[in-house]
Design a protein. Structure first.
Length: 267
């Protein structure tokens, strides 16, 4: 006969308790080493940001409450004036004009970069002759340093010797040329257009198109995927994947001398 009474648990010994404590200490040391390694990787970047970005911002805020003049750089004394600098700026006649210029520059640059960048991304969806060359030229503003871009545009928009005004004179569109860099309204338009040219690639020009000229499609892990671009280099049509976690089994069949693969639905 079997004993129906349940087996009693074995009493824990000191060796078992010591093993548990040792395992807990080992896990704690492993977590500590992992945290130390993480902070070791983060510390240089954090120190760089605090030194070259955080400290200048803090000094600018402090200096805004002090009176800095030309003699301050020799004497080192800058008395505390409170909000006097802010009140002087807000009451100035140039503040409203400067604020309007800043708003126009920011809005014009962002809208122009977004609209033209999206238009280029949609344009390069299709394949066409010389598409790779045009796509390479679109990367030119991103590849050139800002110093080179600024110097080139300054030469091109020069009122006297610039190539833009020379082209306008040659086409009989302007007899005296346009003051692109000296006129108030013309200079604002020029700076906005140059900023759009510099930033259009960084927004959508080369990130919205892949190497084949198509927009990248990001699908979820369970979204069905189906290719309609015909056979690959071996004449095999890719198997259609379903939304199931397990891919549908496929079998091959002969059709006009080429192999094809089609999905067999699961019951």
């Amino acid at each position: 006969m079997t004993d129906p009474s349940p087996a009693l648990p074995k009493p824990r010994t000191g060796q078992d308790d010591g093993a548990v404590v040792a395992g807990g200490r080992a896990a704690a040391r492993a977590r500590f080493r992992e945290r130390t390694a993480q902070w070791t990787f983060i510390a240089p970047a954090a120190a760089y940001l605090l030194l070259f970005f955080g400290y200048p911002i803090f000094r600018n805020v402090v200096m805004s409450f002090q009176q800095y003049t030309t003699t301050t750089f020799y004497t080192g004394s800058a008395p505390f004036v409170g909000l006097r600098n802010y009140s002087a700026i807000l009451s100035s006649d140039l503040f409203s004009q400067a604020l309007l210029t800043t708003v126009l520059f920011t809005a014009g640059s962002i809208i122009g970069q977004f609209v033209l960048g999206l238009a280029f991304a949609l344009f390069f969806q299709r394949r066409f002759p010389l598409g790779g060359v045009l796509r390479s030229l679109l990367l030119l503003p991103w590849l050139l340093p800002l110093v080179v871009s600024g110097t080139t545009w300054k030469w091109m928009l020069d009122p006297d010797t610039g190539v833009v005004n020379a082209a306008l004179r040659g086409l009989h569109l302007s007899s005296s040329g346009v003051p692109w860099l000296t006129g108030t309204s013309q200079a604002l338009v020029s700076v906005i257009l140059i900023n759009i040219w510099v930033g259009i690639t960084d927004h959508h020009g080369h990130r919205s198109t892949d190497h084949s000229g198509h927009l990248p499609v990001h699908r979820g892990p369970h979204e069905p995927v189906e290719r309609h671009h015909g056979h690959d280099s071996h004449g095999v049509r890719p198997c259609r994947r379903t939304a199931r976690r397990r891919p549908a089994p496929c079998h091959r069949r002969r059709h006009h001398g080429s192999r094809q693969v089609r999905a067999v639905p699961q019951p």
